[in-house]
Every structure is written in structure tokens, then in C-alpha cells.
Design a protein around this ligand. Structure first.
Ligand SMILES: Cc1cc2nc3c(=O)[nH]c(=O)nc-3n(C[C@H](O)[C@H](O)[C@H](O)COP(=O)(O)O)c2cc1C
Length: 298
């Protein structure tokens, strides 16, 4: 099931969802066994911001009957900390590295992208656009015009592939995807988490009041949004949301995704991504598929 995605050779179509697999911590726990059997064909970093962030006040996680709501709040060491401390460790992984970045203005994102462009350890960039625009307060990725302006600031700053991670918290995700592609995105990825508010004892449970719902509960939302986006754009789509086994990954591929990401399921079993990839490979060998080439389909 090897494939070429935006010019990057991948052994199979299963990667991780940003922020859901800590490869540095996993290496400490599993040692070199992690490198020998790395579960994903590329590794996506958690979101990096220009300045360090502490994240949201606790509690930050709420388990639902069929998923979880998190309000982690993107804690990270900031760009300098990432480049100095995390990048050298992530560069030792046996797969290409995709760095996920977020900024609240085009200028902030452009600085992040330019700094990453200079690092050859980074194969591609993912822009997390689920971030409020400082002027409007609306998520950059919720509005096609706002995203187009950000892409115009960012695109000239890198020749590396740019994947735009769309937010599902918008009226028309396909319209946002069309704007991203028209303004230089090489691929889009979706879905990010859905805004949610768990209540316990008459009060919002999470320290930040609201968080993002992920896992099995969002699977069919992801399928609907991936299908809607794939029908409207010519760039490859990375599909995610509730993938727990290979049949779920297959559904996203059938809905139009080129790659599939595993997120919440890795918290229960960090090896699940590898098993999904193996299983997909076995099933596609049986049905006669061989090597796929994922270039923009159009
Ligand atoms: C605990 C947690 C942390 C996350 N952190 C990030 C992040 O840093 N950046 C990002 O773009 N998405 C982040 N996500 C969203 C996931 O990458 C993914 O888009 C979403 O969870 C849907 O996939 P899933 O249902 O398989 O988890 C996070 C999700 C979870 C559950």
C-alpha cells in the first residue's frame, strides 16, 4: 500500500492526528522498539505556536460514551523550543515529519512557516486554522475570506507542501476547503474536533468550559465532511475522525480521502495505527490493489 503523497514516499496511508500521539514520550517508554515498528507512515507533530503556551486550566479531558472531549489548549514550548528540543528527537523517527503550526494572524503563521521551511528535517507543514482571528474573533478556518487572506501571507514563505487542517465548526466546510486550495494549499486535512461542552452537577466540567469532541462519536460527521470536501477540491484530502479499525479507515478512503489519520484511538492503544495499516494492506492485496499514487486528483 505504499504511495506518494505530495512528493513524499509513504509506506502506507495511515498517519497520526496532530496532538494525539506523543512520539517523544513513546520513545522513552518503548525504546527502539518504537522505531522498529512505528505505527504511522508519517508523523504529525502537535500544534506549535510562536510563543510557548501553558494550555488550559484543568480539568482538560472528559470521556463520553463514544468519544472524548478535550480542552488541552495546545500547550507547547513555542517555535524556538520546538526547533531546539523536539525537532532533533522527532527527526530520529523512521518516517517523514509533518510539523503542525497555528497562529492568530497571517503574519504569525508566516513567521512559523518560514522558520520551518529552513529545516530540512521537516517534510511538510500542516496549518491548524482552528484559531480565532484577532480582529474578528471568528476561527480563521471558519470563514473562506479570512483563510484566503492568511494563505496569501503564508504560501510565499515556503516551498514545502502545505496541508490546511480544516475546522468542522463552520457552516460550509467545502467552501473553506475551496478557498484553501485556490490560495495555495497542497492538501487539506479534516476533521478537527467539534466544539462541545460537557456538564456535570449543573456546571461545565472542563476548566475552559468548552472543548473539542473526537473519537467514535464524530465518525459519521467526518465521513460527511470528507465526502463534501473531496467532491469540491482537486487537492488530496487527509481524512480523520473516529478511526478505530481498518473498516473505518476504508470508509474514509472510499469517501474520497487519500490518507487517513488516527487520533483518539491511539490513547487506548498506541499500536492501533500500525494494525490498521497492516489490515488495510492485507485487504487491498486480496482485492488486487497494489501501489497507489496520490497526486492531486483532477
Ligand atoms: C487530546 C487531543 C489533542 C489534540 N491536539 C491537536 C493539536 O495539537 N493540533 C491539531 O491540529 N489537532 C489536535 N487534535 C485533533 C486531532 O488531531 C483530530 O483532528 C481529531 O481528534 C479527530 O480525530 P479522532 O476522532 O481520531 O481523534 C487533538 C485531539 C485530541 C483528542
Amino acid at each position: 500500500m505504499s504511495l506518494t503523497f505530495l512528493g513524499i514516499e509513504l509506506a502506507h496511508p495511515v498517519i497520526n492526528g496532530s496532538g494525539t500521539f506523543d512520539a517523544i514520550a513513546a520513545r522513552k517508554v518503548f525504546g527502539d522498539a518504537l522505531l522498529e515498528r512505528f505505527p504511522f507512515s508519517a508523523f504529525v507533530s502537535k500544534t506549535i505556536t510562536l510563543a510557548p503556551r501553558e494550555g488550559n486550566p484543568p480539568p482538560r479531558l472528559y470521556e463520553t460514551a463514544s468519544g472524548m472531549v478535550n480542552s488541552i489548549g495546545l500547550p507547547n514550548k513555542g517555535l524556538e523550543g520546538y526547533l531546539a528540543h523536539d525537532l532533533p528527537q522527532l527527526a530520529q523517527l523512521p518516517v517523514p515529519l509533518i510539523t503542525n503550526v497555528m497562529g492568530s494572524t497571517g503574519d504569525e503563521l508566516a513567521q512559523l512557516v518560514e522558520a520551518c521551511d529552513a529545516r530540512e528535517e521537516i517534510a511538510a507543514l500542516e496549518l491548524n486554522v482552528s484559531c480565532p482571528n484577532v480582529k474578528t474573533g471568528l476561527d480563521i478556518g471558519a470563514d473562506p475570506a479570512s483563510l484566503a487572506a492568511v494563505m496569501d501571507a503564508v504560501r510565499p514563505r515556503t516551498s514545502k507542501p502545505l496541508i490546511v487542517k480544516l475546522t468542522p465548526n463552520t457552516a460550509d466546510v467545502a467552501a473553506v476547503a475551496v478557498a484553501a486550495a485556490a490560495h495555495g494549499a497542497d492538501a487539506v486535512s479534516l476533521i478537527n474536533t467539534l466544539r462541545a461542552m460537557p456538564m456535570v452537577g449543573g456546571e461545565p466540567w472542563l476548566g475552559a468550559r468548552t472543548g473539542g469532541l473526537s473519537g467514535a462519536a464524530v465518525r459519521q460527521v467526518a465521513l460527511a465532511q470528507v465526502a463534501a470536501v473531496a467532491a469540491r477540491v482537486d487537492v488530496p484530502v487527509v481524512g480523520m475522525g473516529g478511526v478505530e479499525r481498518s473498516s473505518h479507515a476504508r470508509q474514509l478512503l472510499d469517501a474520497g480521502a487519500t490518507l487517513v489519520a488516527v487520533g483518539t484511538a491511539s490513547f487506548r492503544d498506541p499500536a492501533v495505527g500500525g494494525r490498521i495499516a497492516e489490515d488495510l494492506g492485507r485487504k487491498s492485496a486480496k482485492s488486487g490493489d497494489s501501489v497507489a499514487t496520490a497526486q492531486p486528483h483532477g
